[in-house]
Design a protein around this ligand. Structure first.
Ligand code: PHE
Length: 346
């Protein structure tokens, strides 16, 4: 047998039984190191004494032996390294300390406006109201004309309304849904319209150009102010989890007659006077009134047969009151620390 075949067999056997990285490393030294078998074989061959033909033969055999040895050892090293890594991973798994605190996972939370909106929808659905949403981009007709708001009314002032290039507007109040709903469903009707509204306002702690309202509309036979007050009291009692005192003051809105501002006795001081109610003991909360006959007509409902009430709650304002939020700008701040503070009670 020629020497290279012998060395091949020997190396193969050695690699076959070597498992650890250092064992393979030793084999590499034993065969390819400075005094390694293959290195010495090349040195001791005494090429000068060979015939040119033998020299070629030996040379090519030695070269291929060397290349094969290098590749085999390289592969064995890689395998040993992989085995070692797997063993290390296994060992660290075994050492898992179950008393360590876990990896914290962030749990999502709901925005306070969503919370208040969901709560109100729930309460109103319990009283038989539909929940409708309408459009944030509205026509001038539904936002103003059909609500008996004449063209020279200050609400149409460029200061208040965002006009789009195509002549449409961003709705300034959820009242824009009143005539849409009457047209679609007729009377009798009970519906609420929660949604986002827009006004061209300078922002400060209590003014935003984007805010949420929740409009309510109830149209039926013989609806009076007493029905309006009863529904408002039931609603506020549920929201604040207690009996709430309310009072009505006259208020003017072209689409209601009579129109009111419904005030709630200040829940923070029980009417004694504090900074929230500016020492008055009352908080102006819900503009409302009996639906103007013209609005019913616009909605193709006969005002001699039906009457109704409407109210426009500021969802944003209600959330501020309910949760004691001091600055309206927090709502759109995008700050998760803000949203995470509100308990989800489902
Ligand atoms: N839409 C009115 C506003 O935004 C509020 C309102 C609604 C008043 C319904 C009366 C009845 O100010």
């Amino acid at each position: 047998m020629e020497p290279w075949q012998e060395i091949r067999n020997e190396l193969q056997a050695a690699l076959g039984s070597a498992k650890r990285l250092d064992e393979v490393e030793q084999i590499r030294v034993r065969f390819l190191g400075r005094k390694g078998k293959i290195t010495l074989l090349a040195k001791e061959t005494g090429f000068s004494r060979l015939t040119p033909e033998d020299r070629r033969h030996w040379g090519s055999q030695l070269n291929s032996l060397k290349r094969w040895a290098e590749e085999s050892i390289e592969q064995a090293l890689a395998e040993a390294r992989a085995r070692e890594a797997a063993r290390a991973a296994e060992a660290s798994r075994a050492r898992l300390d179950v008393t360590l605190p876990g990896i914290e996972r962030r749990v999502g939370s709901l925005h306070p406006i969503s919370l208040v909106q969901m709560e109100l929808e729930d309460i109103f659905q319990g009283m038989g109201f539909m929940v409708l949403t309408g459009y944030e981009v509205e026509t001038e007709y539904y936002n103003f004309d059909a609500l008996n708001i004449p063209p020279d009314h200050p609400a149409r002032d460029m200061q208040d309304t965002f006009w789009l290039d195509n002549g449409m507007i961003l709705r300034t109040h959820t009242s824009a849904n009143q005539v849409r709903a009457l047209e679609e469903f007729g009377a009798p009707l009970r519906a609420i319209f929660p949604g986002r509204c827009f006004r061209y306002e300078a922002m400060d702690a209590s003014h935003e150009n984007t805010f949420y309202q929740l409009e309510g509309l109830l149209v039926d036979r013989d609806i009076s102010v007493a029905n309006l007050i009863a529904v408002m009291k039931a609603l506020l009692g549920e929201v604040f989890h207690r009996e709430v005192k309310v009072r009505l003051r006259p208020g003017f809105f072209p689409f209601v007659e009579p129109g009111f501002e419904l005030d709630q006795q200040c829940p923070f001081c029980d009417g004694v006077g504090c900074s929230v109610c500016k020492q008055s003991g009352w908080i102006e909360l819900i503009p409302c009134g009996l639906v103007h006959p013209k609005v019913l007509e616009y909605g193709r409902v006969d005002p001699t047969q039906f009457t109704g009430f409407a109210f426009g709650m500021g969802l944003t304002r209600l959330a501020m009151l309910k949760f004691g939020i001091p600055d309206i700008r927090l709502f759109n701040s995008g700050d998760l620390r803000f949203c995470e503070q509100f308990p989800v009670v489902l």
